[in-house]
Design a protein around this ligand. Structure first.
Ligand code: FES
Length: 147
């Protein structure tokens, strides 16, 4: 039986991930604004994967607006943005169930690592994250991503 790594154990990592998610930390501000299509191309709950400046980026239409993350899982490089979208629940006592992050948890299609689409924060290890980008919706319906 292998020893548990206390730094990455879910008991420690999950509360750290929620601390980031609860703060709704915006992605790091970037200056290059790149055209990424139109908002009406992505229905609520949908996504679109675009190639921007040699980067593959997934744009997601969540309930609170549009968000983007890099389409590369930090584990072994899978196309993360092709994964399924879920919610999760907060750590709780036996018999309690507290749903959280509904509709904003992206699960990698290869090995199931999960990330908060809004912040890019990994939910299993506080050190894992995927790059998240700010998305702007313009009055004329254009979408731009800041990279
Ligand atoms: S490549 Fe994404 S979890 Fe392994």
């Amino acid at each position: 039986m292998s020893a548990c790594n206390p730094d990455s154990h879910p008991c420690k990592a999950i509360p750290a991930a929620f601390a980031v998610a609860d703060a709704a930390a915006a992605p790091k501000k970037r200056n290059r604004e790149i055209e990424a299509g139109r908002a009406d191309e992505i229905p609520l709950g949908g996504r679109k994967i675009v190639e921007i400046d040699h980067l593959s980026i997934g744009i997601f239409h969540l309930r609170d607006g549009f968000h983007a993350v890099r389409n590369q899982c930090p584990h072994q490089g899978a196309e993360l943005c092709k994964g399924s979208i879920h919610g999760t629940h907060r750590p709780s006592d036996v018999g309690e169930f507290e749903p959280a992050l509904d509709g904003r948890v992206l699960r990698c299609p290869w090995h199931g690592w999960e990330f908060d689409i809004v912040t890019g924060k990994g939910l299993y290890n506080e050190k894992d994250r995927v790059l998240a980008y700010e998305v702007r919706v313009h009055d004329d319906g254009r979408l731009t991503v800041l990279i």
